[in-house]
Design a protein around this ligand. Structure first.
Ligand SMILES: NC(=O)c1ccc[n+]([C@@H]2O[C@H](COP(=O)([O-])OP(=O)(O)OC[C@H]3O[C@@H](n4cnc5c(N)ncnc54)[C@H](OP(=O)(O)O)[C@@H]3O)[C@@H](O)[C@H]2O)c1
Length: 320
């Protein structure tokens, strides 16, 4: 493997000298466009962020999903744990929260809690359109903005490519009027990658959201290189494969290399694998457990694996 000089690495990865100095311990940086921004809580060092290619704006590498976790009723007992999760997420420096009209009450719960905690200006709200036809799409997106108490929405994505061209036409117009800041598409399964690649090639997108985890790596073949080539930010959904990975790993001790990338848990190992891919902008693990949230947010700090360690991580974990 060719060794880069420090100067070459800075130029290639777009890392400022100041931010690199701030993460002097960060000897295993593998990603392009890694930056650091101040954290508001006493987490180790500075939170890692990456650039959205369409604008240059940076977002933290760990966001949060809301599927199932935020789909609760109005009772205080149901909402309180999620209020703690959202408060801790923001206190740790988190910004991007992903929802969908497909996720039951999640949009409304996220909107209510972010208003209660006065967090709207600090969050990057992403949701989706998941219906057919222009008129229904407009109605649903306006309803989402009302429920999320977010106008404009930071990112509107076409969920699972449903009536994708119709909604992308609407969203192109909405973006020009400032009703949405960014536009994207989502999917969650490798069987849809051909269709996703077609949209990525034919349309101008700001974001792609796709499944990517240490044991769902098919996106590496075509979609992730295509996203980089097209200047599209990538959100990794299902970074824990929906939680399935924990049932295999829970009983295993952390490998010795976990210390080299400042990981204290399997969740951090799994998230650091995902966010260290050069095409991935952020991962959006979902949790309704505040201790899991704190655990996940620590993956946005410290060292990341380089290409060599990523290979070793995948090989080691395939044995469990
Ligand atoms: N088509 C699409 O657009 C699409 C499809 C799938 C997902 N998504 C988005 O991606 C998000 C994430 O995907 P996902 O929710 O399917 O799966 P995931 O984030 O891979 O896994 C969630 C599971 O992991 C558990 N978990 C979280 N943190 C943990 C920790 N530190 N330790 C142990 N367990 C932990 C959660 O349980 P606890 O609550 O107990 O922590 C939950 O069971 C979704 O919420 C959604 O926003 C989008």
């Amino acid at each position: 493997m060719t060794k880069l000089s420090r100067r070459d690495a800075l130029r290639l990865f777009g890392i400022s000298a100041t931010s690199l100095a701030a993460t002097a311990a960060c000897s295993r940086i593998a990603t392009s466009d890694i930056h650091v921004a101040p954290s508001s809580t006493p987490l180790p060092g500075l939170i890692l962020t990456k650039r959205i290619p369409a604008s240059g704006e940076t977002i933290p590498v760990i966001g949060m999903g809301t599927w199932q976790t935020f789909d609760v009723g109005p009772a205080p007992a149901e909402r309180q744990p999620l209020e703690s999760v959202l408060a801790e997420f923001s206190a740790a420096g988190g910004k991007l929260v992903d929802s969908s009209p497909m996720y039951g009450q999640s949009e409304e719960v996220l909107g209510d809690l972010s208003a209660k905690l006065h967090l709207r200006p600090k969050l990057f709200i992403a949701t989706k359109v998941w219906t057919e036809g222009k008129a229904d799409g407009v109605r649903q997106m306006e309803e989402s903005m009302r429920k999320l108490q977010a106008d404009p929405i930071d990112l509107m994505q076409v969920h699972n490519l449903v009536d994708v061209n119709t909604h992308l036409d609407t969203l192109t117009e909405w973006k020009s009027k400032g009703r949405v800041r960014y536009v994207g598409v989502t999917h969650y399964t490798a069987s849809a990658y051909d269709a996703v690649a077609q949209v990525l090639t034919a349309r101008k997108l700001d974001f792609l959201q796709i499944n990517y985890s240490i044991n769902e790596r098919e996106a590496e073949q075509r979609l992730l290189p295509l996203a980089m080539e097209r200047g599209v930010a990538v959100i990794a959904n299902r970074p824990f494969a929906g939680g399935n990975l924990f049932s295999r790993l829970r009983s295993q001790p952390l490998p010795s290399w976990a210390k080299e990338i400042d990981c204290e848990s399997w969740a951090q190992v799994l998230l650091k694998f995902v966010i260290s891919h050069p095409a991935i902008t952020c991962a959006i693990p979902a949790t309704s457990n505040v201790n899991h949230l704190k655990d996940n947010m620590r993956a946005a700090f410290g060292r990341l694996p380089d290409a060599e360690l990523r290979t070793r991580m995948a090989a080691d974990l395939s044995r469990y």
